[in-house]
Design a protein around this ligand. Structure first.
Ligand code: ADP
Ligand code: ADP
Length: 225
């Protein structure tokens, strides 16, 4: 069963068709990846799913319910959490305070969820009390992931989660995201790092010119098996 579904999504910027009819299913316990060249429409699709862009045509469904017109914050409340390509942590808040914001915006809000998220992303040591400003990129990515996860989401939408990470951090990221999927979370990852996609994804969709042009397991779609 699909928890988040795109059905016949079209999106435009003025007269330009950025999405030309996209169908996609994001399923619990799976990592679904979207790859493709710059300009293919990946971010546009992401925005339509997150609720930050209204599609011109088509539908977004959550558990079969039409949420096409539901704004982003209401989707977060339902259990659709996201991370940002441009890191978006609050610099003056501590790591822990940033993660608590995620818990409050999401479904749960319980202090346990904050602790679980901090621990899962290796942020439960002394770093939790440090202001986010000045922390290295890899750590900020983890803060952002922990913030999204602290809301107890059913769907995690990740926009380029490996951007700015070194090889060791990418492997750590793959491990943690794999564990979240194994736990039943539905993950959608828009990612340039094809090694991460090959490692992590259960299904890969290749976009080009606003459409999905190939779909399947990473070994087949990326030619790595
Ligand atoms: P990707 O994420 O795959 O690089 P995008 O979804 O960002 O692709 O962009 C798809 C197409 O839409 C590109 O041709 C891009 O130039 C265009 N586009 C994206 N955002 C805007 C915008 N705000 N206004 C006009 N055109 C845009
Ligand atoms: P260490 O030097 O102990 O590995 P790190 O800060 O690199 O310290 O990582 C601490 C924990 O956070 C690791 O156990 C790892 O599982 C996790 N981790 C590291 N990098 C990432 C990442 N980019 N995304 C998610 N989890 C990560």
């Amino acid at each position: 069963p699909s928890v988040l579904t795109a059905r016949g999504l079209h999106a435009r910027y003025g007269g330009f068709a950025a999405l030309g009819g996209v169908d996609l299913e994001v399923r619990p316990g799976r990592v679904t990846a979207v790859v493709g060249p710059n300009g293919a429409g990946k971010s546009t699709l992401f925005h339509c799913l997150a609720g930050t862009l209204r599609p011109a045509r088509g539908k977004v469904l959550f558990d079969g319910r039409d949420i096409t017109r539901l704004p982003a914050h209401a989707r977060t409340r339902l259990g659709i959490a996201r991370t940002f390509q441009q890191l978006a942590v609050f610099p003056s808040l501590t790591v822990e305070e940033n993660v608590r914001v995620g818990a409050e915006q999401g479904r749960g809000g319980a202090e346990e969820a904050v602790e679980r998220a901090l621990a899962l992303f290796g942020l439960d040591g002394t770093v939790r009390a440090r202001p986010a400003a000045g922390l290295p990129t890899g750590t900020l990515r983890r803060v952002e992931l922990a913030r999204a996860f602290a809301g107890d989401p059913r769907v995690l939408l990740l926009d380029e989660p490996a951007a700015g990470l070194d090889t060791a951090e990418v492997s750590a990221l793959a491990r943690v995201l794999g564990a979240l999927a194994a736990d039943g979370t539905a993950l959608l990852v828009v990612e340039h790092d094809l090694d991460l996609v090959a490692d992590l994804a259960d299904v890969v969709h290749v976009m080009a010119a606003g459409r999905i042009v190939a779909s399947g397991p990473p070994g087949r779609v990326l030619g790595t098996s």
